[in-house]
Each structure stands twice: as C-alpha cells, then as structure tokens.
Design a protein around this ligand. Structure first.
Ligand code: DLL
Length: 461
C-alpha cells in the first residue's frame, strides 16, 4: 500500500475506497499510468499510429474490408490524421451477421484461443474470436478498470455474470485474475447460494448486472442477511444501463460502493470503459485500444465535443477481428478534460439509452430511460418496472407496470388509486403521452439474473 495511505482511516470498505471517500485520489494506485495519465497529445499520437496499422491490417487480411475500401476508393495510406477515420466505412451488426461465423476473422482458426458470441433476438449470432494477444489486451483493459473501481490485488471476487458465450463472465474473470484477485466462478442464478458464498468465503467484490445485484440484495434481506456486516465492499456492474437511482439504492442497502463498466461483444466485450471513484457517472475509455467517435445517428456526421450522440468505436490493433467504425447504437457524450482521479483518458457519460430502443407511441418519441427516471423519483415504488406497448382499437397503448414497496402498500382502494393517478400524471408530464399505470404487489415484477428486459412491444406490425 502506498505511503499516502498511512494518514487515511481504513474502514471495512478497504484502503482504496477509504482513500476515495477522503478525496485522496493521489493515494489510489493506477494500473498503467504511462497510458492512463498520458498527455492528450501522446494519446492521440498513439491512436493515430495504431489506426494506420489497423486499417492496413484489415485491408490486407479481411476480404470484406478490402472490397469495401476499394469500392470507396480509399487506400490505407489515405489515413494520415485521426480525422481521416471518417473516410472509412461504418460497420454494423448486420455485417457481422452476414459474414457468420468467421467471415471477418483476420487470422486462421489455429491462432484463435477463444470464441464468444452475442445472441441478439433475431437472426444469426455475432461471433468473435480472440488471439493470444487479444486475450492479453482484454485482460489488461479489465484489470485497469477494476483497479479504477477500487478493487485491489488480494480481493476475493465472486462472479454473478453467466459464463458461456457471453463476454461478461470470462472477460471480468480474466481481468480480475490479472490484477491479482481470487476468483469465485459462481455464475448467474442460484441466488441464495451466492449470499452463502459471500459469507463463507469472505467475498469482497461482486460482479453482476445491476438488475441481478438488486435481486441478490433483496434475497439477502429476505434471508435476514446483514449486508452492513458483510465482507462485501465493491460492486462491479455492467452489461446493461445502471440508472443513478438504482445504483444509489444498491449502495445504500448493500453498504457497498458500485461502479459501472461498459463494452460490447463486437469490439471486445467488457473493458471498453469503466468508472473511476472520482467521477461517478462517467467512464474512462481505454483510448489506447479504442478510437471513439460520437455521431448524429440520423446523419452519421460527428457531433460537437461533449454533445450527445451515438458512440462509434474502432478497436485499435485487435488481431482476431479488426472492426472499423462499429456503430454501437449506444447514446452518450464524451468529455476530454482531466479527471480528479488523475487519469487523462476521455470519459463517456453513462449509457442510458440506445438509438434503437426509442419507442414511437402515437407519434411521440419515448425512451424507456425517461420512464425509469420518473419512477426512481417516486419513493413508493421499487426500481423494478415493466413497459408494455400494445395496439388497442388501432392505436398505440403504453402500459407501465411499477412495483410497490412493501411499506407503501395500503388497504384502501382510494389511497392506491390516488398513487396510481399521481404516477400517471408525472409520467405524462415527462413523456407527453398518457400511459396506463398498473401498480404491482411487492415482488410481483420478474427479477432478472442477467440483463433485465424492460420492454415488451406487442404491437401489431
Ligand atoms: O454486455 C459486454 C459487457 C459485459 C460489458 C459485462 C460490461 C460488463 P453485449 O452482450 O454484446 O456485451 O451487449 C452490449 O449492452 O451495446 C450496451 O447497449 C449494453 N451495455 C453493456 N454495458 C453497459 C453499461 C456486453 N455499463 C450492449 N451501461 C451495449 C449501459 C451497457 N449499457
């Protein structure tokens, strides 16, 4: 532990979190300061060098990109500045599906050590492959972000993501081991056993989707488990949006510090960005491995610095599958001013919505995150909700199911109806569409053990 830690009161939370709470970010170790704290000029120079290599590599080795660039009249040597990335074609999920399974691979299968895939709901899955070097880079990106989140070597980390083809389980597993943690590969599900293991093995770090962490919290409370006395101190969340209200509720009820990390299968899996302990609603991007752009999803043109748009990522020097300008559909804004934690890596705002999860209800655009924000501001209901859209008499009908907290439950029909009307009114004020609100009894909304599915669009197509 660094000398700067000596003056800090180390609580159950552990030295790293205690330092963060005291605002002593100088006392927190940084995994790779030569990159994470490099000057913006050095980061951009490194990105340019790697971008040139990536484009040449994709052109040489992937027939799809060679053909695409030839059609566009672009040669790898045309990439002379970072802005030249705009000369390159976008890649979207459809391309990865059309080339299923190995069409975009740049190396023979002999050189692939691991395959993962993302299922999606329709069509073929997206398959990605990692070489030895890719695996090494993946583990390092995650080691960096877990250290950023207050995890330290010697921590005992319990995995509540599913293993298997999902990138979340193995990705975090390798990265936590790289940092020097002991892994408990519990996997998702069997919630009571998770709680028992936290107690028996002295687990200090829990890796889960925020939805599943909330469920683990509730099941523990029902079992009479005292989270305050639990050895657990860090929650590493990812794989789905983590609204501020949900995060605050989990932190309060489980007595842990939670951070969020982001990534997607097509460009690597988890490890693209992670939240530090200073700036709690943004995530540092591993810019030495990912070139980011933020574009207007309609026009494909870049938006101004710090403005909200769709995140586009180009992994830099990934060997298994080089992907150029991947359109994530995730909406965020990126900021480059220095962070109090000492890192200079750009920060992206937490992803709350995707450009493709917008619902158009009777002509009005509605994002599920807007509904979530209204509900988290109402103290009588839990963070669990479900949105149904159906066609009634040829019109769109929006139904919001929200779950009552046990203490908010009243015997009187009038009291419940008044609450329901108040929630409907608040939602209408924000969405400009009148929803039907259904109050569901405590525990009545199905819990997710992975990513929560909040929307059920049953409209006639
Ligand atoms: O969810 C990778 C991952 C696993 C990241 C575990 C972090 C932790 P996919 O299954 O391909 O990969 O889903 C990727 O999930 O485009 C986002 O829409 C969403 N997503 C992932 N992490 C976050 C996050 C993994 N922290 C898609 N916040 C992405 C918001 C997230 N959305």
């Amino acid at each position: 532990m660094s000398e700067a830690m000596d003056s800090i009161d180390v609580t159950k939370k552990g030295a790293a979190l205690a330092a963060a709470e005291a605002g002593r970010f100088d006392a927190l170790p940084i995994y790779k300061p030569e990159i994470e704290c490099a000057s913006r000029e050095d980061i951009r120079a490194l990105q340019l060098e790697k971008l040139k290599e990536t484009v040449a590599y994709a052109y040489e080795r992937v027939p799809y990109y060679r053909q695409k660039l030839d059609e566009m009249g672009v040669a790898p040597s045309d990439i002379q500045t970072l802005e030249d990335v705009r000369k390159l074609p976008f890649t979207d999920k459809a391309v990865l599906r059309e080339t299923f399974p190995f069409g975009l691979f740049a190396v023979p299968l002999d050189d692939i050590r691991e395959l993962h895939s993302s299922s999606g709901t329709t069509g073929k899955p997206v398959v990605v492959g990692y070489t030895d070097d890719d695996m090494d880079m993946w583990s390092e990106c995650i080691a960096r972000l877990v250290q950023m989140a207050g995890v330290v070597p010697g921590d005992i980390a319990q995995m509540a993501f599913g293993y298997g083809m999902f990138t979340g389980g193995f990705g975090l597993h390798y990265g936590l081991q790289r940092l020097g943690c002991a892994m408990i590969p519990a996997g998702s599900g069997n919630t009571e056993r998770h709680i028992q293991m936290i107690e028996d093995y002295g687990t200090t770090v829990l890796v889960a989707t925020p939805s599943y962490a909330m469920h683990i919290c509730e099941v523990g409370e029902k079992m009479g488990y005292d989270w305050e006395k639990s050895p657990l101190r860090v929650g590493l969340f990812g794989g789905e949006p983590c609204p501020p209200g949900l995060k605050a509720e989990i932190e309060r009820r489980m007595h842990i510090v939670c951070t969020d990390n982001y990534g997607l299968t097509e460009v690597m899996g988890p490890g693209v960005s992670g939240e530090c302990l200073a700036e709690r609603y943004q995530q540092h991007i591993a810019e030495d491995h990912f070139l980011w752009e933020v574009i207007d999803p309609e026009t494909g043109e870049p938006v101004g610095e710090g403005e909200m748009g769709e995140l586009v990522l180009t992994p830099l020097c990934k060997q298994g599958i080089p992907v150029l300008r991947y359109r994530t559909h995730d909406l965020t804004a990126v900021h480059t001013e220095p962070c109090a934690c000492g890192r200079t890596l750009a920060r992206m705002d937490k992803v709350r919505s995707r450009s493709d999860d917008m619902l158009i209800i009777r002509g009005t655009n509605v994002f599920p995150s807007q509904i979530e924000d209204v509900l988290t501001g109402i103290e009588e209901v839990t963070p669990h909700y479900h949105i149904i859209v159906e066609t009634r008499g040829g019109m769109d009908a929006l139904i919001v199911e929200t779950e009552l907290r046990p203490e908010a439950f009243r015997d009187s029909f009038e009291a419940m109806d008044a609450l329901r009307a108040r929630i409907a009114e608040k939602l209408k004020g924000t969405l400009l569409v009148a929803p039907e609100v259904r109050l569901v009894e405590p525990g009545g909304i199905e819990r997710a053990i992975g990513k929560a599915k909040h929307v059920d669009d049953r409209r006639e197509k």
